[in-house]
Design a protein around this ligand. Structure first.
Ligand SMILES: Nc1nc2c(c(=O)[nH]1)N[C@H]1C(S)=C(S)[C@@H](COP(=O)(O)OP(=O)(O)OC[C@H]3O[C@@H](n4cnc5c(=O)[nH]c(N)nc54)[C@H](O)[C@@H]3O)O[C@H]1N2
Ligand SMILES: Nc1nc2c(c(=O)[nH]1)N[C@H]1C(S)=C(S)[C@@H](COP(=O)(O)OP(=O)(O)OC[C@H]3O[C@@H](n4cnc5c(=O)[nH]c(N)nc54)[C@H](O)[C@@H]3O)O[C@H]1N2
Ligand code: SF4
Ligand SMILES: [Mo]
Length: 781
């Protein structure tokens, strides 16, 4: 008999509601998934899903997915018991710590971590247990500049302004392609439907992108902008806003400090001055500024393409500044802060340490700054390869594939191969995890419960939904959270007393499970049980956690802060008795209302005002000014490289799903006809794309949609490496864009990888170069 299960798809940020039908299989076969469809009754996504949702089934059924611990031996990979795996991991890591010190153990956390309830909760304790400066995550190849801007301007790294797409009249979008990505730092079911709604209401959408993307093709107006020049465009827009429009200065100064300083900072950036560098006529910039200022409700929104570039840090700041000076920050139809059911901002806002940190220390080799206890992943390889005190000798990865996802992937590949010891907590044997000595694979997503702790902070409406486990995991498997907790307990225990203590803590947490903690967080949140008081179960969970925390000395900062959270007064909001039980009784999820202005209560800066002109940005903007004329194209084979996402991919890890990868090769280099003609290459011809760090060879795809001098290549391919177990992906290997991105090309403020706007040289593969290249490959083999 067919059974329907309702849940949230966790593959991207959009949080679509899905209905998964299962049937009892034949004897011994277990339960079969028969379909994955959009859930019409999910109040957030209203039936919308994308092609990737099928991966919820294919991932579950993928014979290549690992289920039991694996050890790399001279005879290949061997399955071992969990006991042996945990013992060997503990010994391996502790041996490196004993020999080389704490910082010799690195930790890299990948993107799927935050799409997983248990991992979101239990990666931080494992990170803390390692006491190493060498912590990295996908944040520094992604949204770090936006988080830094939030910390600098609003006082909390998670106070991220979300475009109020459902109510705006004018959306100015830079460096985002929601038609492929389904929206980022803008979580919304059917995000393209919502964006099209702006136009249907008579509003405007303007997309600035070096490629006329699927988004730009479907909605609004498109303007080409030269890669990595957004800083100039944004500064010029502000320049016009200050000089030529009437700003409501009194209102701005009610909300923000530093208006005059901001005005001074953009003084030199006239539209005429930036026209060449951006490729946008001065009149167009000027008109956009006037139109934006005139719009009743407008929002400037920028994402990946804008923040992962050389001036990504300043650009993230300028985007917020534009929203502030036009009166659109914290306004319906502008950029708003949301108020999620698990309010991680509210829960942590009283603790400076939990609000975020920047540049408290620097990386050993290159001196790049720390952010939130992490270093930019652009330094990972050099920290492994450069000898000396503090060199990384062992690495743990959780749900990450830095070989394909971080700059100069070849160097990362080499670096991982040189480690004394490596552990990967991952579901696949892939380009990164093949270097591990031990792989600890967790259960699949349908085998555990799910709640989006992170993406609800980024959602365009306040919603709340819990997905219960749908399938029973096979015997003798472990969830991510169990693996992480086990390791945290072991790494925290360095003597008999600590061991005893951590065994106790582990038992308590095992009793609570992620669901128990979630229940507590929901009840403590703005829609929670309070002031009715916690339910008896949650009250008991709270007591248990306090008991566990009491075991720490009073000087232990994190324990003290957590205890504070548990005894915190209820957060303001509409008490609605929200609890896990209530979510279970509403399997399609609950709508908790539209975003509302709330900055006055939520802002965490000392004066409770927005800081409009933080010092670190002013200096960086001056540096940008000095480089106004730097990027002049001199030869037809010089290009600026940008990235590209496809609706049927997800970073590096969904290429092993046949329904998603089949069809035309997507790993191509897009350029326009004029550029192709100048190079004398035709559709499908192979070209070599070269940067300082390496080169890749791939076919050309000639499209009308590229700006002249720009080449676009997707990331996440390059599945040809020896020793992986990705039978389908290997058949569509492609090449890795990150084999040519440059680890030294980073955002000048934060060290975030500048994955977009890199200068590359393109060489057509003539018969002669092809022969030379294949000879080189022979030599390598
Ligand atoms: N299908 C799919 N969905 C995904 C993902 C995926 O891999 N596949 N990944 C998920 C993740 S982890 C994230 S972070 C989000 C990202 O979501 P988005 O930020 O929407 O990411 P992209 O689709 O990469 O869009 C970036 C755009 O920036 C443009 N661009 C490049 N350089 C520049 C520049 O210098 N200036 C300007 N103005 N534009 C530039 C590119 O052409 C591209 O259109 O997507 C998420 N969703
Ligand atoms: N050139 C270029 N590079 C980019 C980008 C770009 O636009 N251009 N985008 C960047 C962005 S936005 C991001 S977020 C990063 C992503 O960078 P990463 O997170 O390092 O890479 P992913 O490809 O997402 O790899 C995810 C890994 O998690 C594993 N995994 C999947 N689900 C689970 C799970 O439930 N548990 C565990 N333990 N493991 C799991 C997968 O097998 C895979 O190994 O890539 C970045 N790299
Ligand atoms: S857009 Fe696609 S991948 Fe993203 S949550 Fe929805 S169904 Fe899943
Ligand atoms: Mo990302």
């Amino acid at each position: 008999m067919s059974q329907a299960h309702y849940r949230t798809c966790n593959l991207c940020e959009a949080m679509c509601g899905v209905v998964i039908h299962t049937e009892e299989g034949l004897e011994g076969e277990g339960v079969r998934i028969t379909s994955v469809k959009g859930d019409q009754n999910d109040p957030f996504s209203r039936g919308h899903i994308c092609a990737k949702a099928i991966a919820l089934k294919t991932l579950q059924e993928d014979p290549d997915r690992l289920r039991y611990p694996m050890k790399r031996t001279t005879d290949g990979w061997q399955e071992i018991s969990w006991q042996q795996a945990f013992d060997e991991v503990e010994q391996g890591i502790k041996a490196v710590q004993a020999k080389y010190g704490r910082h010799a153990v690195g930790f890299y956390v990948g993107n799927p971590t935050v799409h997983n309830l248990g991992a979101t909760l239990f990666v931080p304790p494992l990170m803390a247990a390692l006491h190493s400066k060498n912590k990295f995550s996908a944040t520094s190849v992604d949204q770090l500049p936006h988080m830094l801007a939030a910390l600098q301007m609003f006082g909390h790294q998670l106070l991220l302004p979300i475009p109020d797409v459902d109510n705006t009249d004018f959306m100015l979008m830079l460096g985002a392609n929601p038609a492929a990505s389904n929206g980022s730092l803008m979580t919304g079911g059917d995000i393209m439907g919502r964006i099209k709604g702006i136009q249907q209401r008579g509003g405007r959408v303007v997309v600035l992108d070096p490629r006329r993307t699927e988004t730009a093709q479907q909605v609004g107006e498109h303007i080409f902008i030269k890669p990595a020049s957004d800083v100039y465009f944004l500064a010029a827009l502000l320049h016009v806003l200050f000089k030529e429009t009437t700003l409501n200065k009194a209102a701005i100064e009610q909300q923000a400090l530093g208006l005059e300083m901001l005005e001074l900072a953009v003084e030199s950036f006239s539209p005429e001055r930036v026209a060449t560098v951006t490729g946008i006529e001065a009149a167009v910039i000027r008109q956009l500024a006037h139109d934006f200022a005139k719009a009743e409700r407008a929002v400037c929104y920028g994402r990946m393409g804008v923040c992962t570039q050389e001036f990504g840090g300043v650009s993230a700041w300028l985007i917020n500044a534009i929203n502030v000076v036009t009166g659109n920050l914290d306004k319906v139809g502008g950029a708003l802060f949301n108020h999620p059911a698990v309010d991680l901002v509210g829960l942590t806002s009283s603790s400076p340490a939990l609000r975020g940190s920047f540049n408290r220390y620097q990386s050993r080799v290159r001196g790049l700054p720390e952010f939130n206890g992490e270093l930019p992943v652009a330094v990972l390889a050099e920290e492994i390869l450069t000898e000396g005190k503090g060199q990384i000798k062992a690495l743990i990865t959780h749900a990450g594939n830095p070989v394909l996802s971080t700059p100069n992937g070849q160097q990362v590949d080499q670096a991982l191969a040189s480690l004394d010891f490596m552990v990967a907590i991952d579901i696949y044997l892939n380009e990164t995890t093949r270097h591990a000595h031990i792989i600890l694979p967790p259960t699949g997503v349908l085998e555990h419960g799910h709640y989006d702790l992170v993406f609800n902070i980024l959602a365009v409406r306040n919603v709340s939904k819990y997905s219960p486990p749908l399938l029973t995991p096979p015997d003798n498997t472990r969830h991510d959270w169990q693996i992480l907790l086990e390791l945290a307990a072991r790494f925290n225990a360095n003597n008999a007393k600590e061991k005893w203590l951590w065994q106790g803590i582990k038992r308590i947490v095992e009793r609570l499970q992620p669901e128990g903690i979630l229940d507590l967080l929901l009840q403590l949140g703005p829609y929670g049980q309070l002031p009715l008081g916690l339910t008896p179960v949650a009250a008991q969970s709270s007591q248990l956690l306090i008991k566990a925390l009491n075991a720490f000395p009073p000087t232990h900062g994190v324990a003290r802060q957590l205890k504070q959270l548990l005894t915190a007064t209820p957060l303001n909001g509409k008490a609605q008795g929200l609890s896990l039980a209530k979510l279970k009784a509403n399997p399609h999820g609950l709508d908790l209302g539209a975003l509302q202005p709330s900055l006055a209560e939520r802002i965490c800066t000392p004066d409770r005002k927005v800081i409009l002109a933080p010092h670190l940005y002013l200096a960086e903007l001056s540096r940008a000014f000095t480089q106004l004329n730097a990027h002049q194209r001199r030869e037809p084979n010089q290009f600026l490289l940008i990235g590209r996402r496809h609706i049927r991919s997800n970073n590096s890890w969904l290429h092993n799903s046949l329904p998603l990868i089949k069809g035309k090769n997507r790993c191509t280099a897009m350029m326009n006809q004029a550029d192709a003609s100048a190079l004398a290459v035709n559709e499908g011809d192979m070209i070599r794309v070269k940067s300082r760090v390496g080169d890749i060879t791939l076919p050309v795809e000639i499209v009308d949609d590229m700006m002249t001098g720009v080449i676009s290549i997707p990331h996440g391919f390059g599945h040809h490496r020896q020793g992986t177990q990705l039978s389908i992906a290997e058949g569509k290997a492609g090449v890795s864009m990150n084999d040519i991105t440059d680890e030294h090309y980073v955002d000048g403020i934060s060290g975030t990888a500048a994955l977009n706007g890199l200068a590359v040289t393109v060489l057509p593969m003539t018969a002669k170069t092809k022969a030379k290249k294949s000879k080189q490959i022979d030599v390598l083999n």
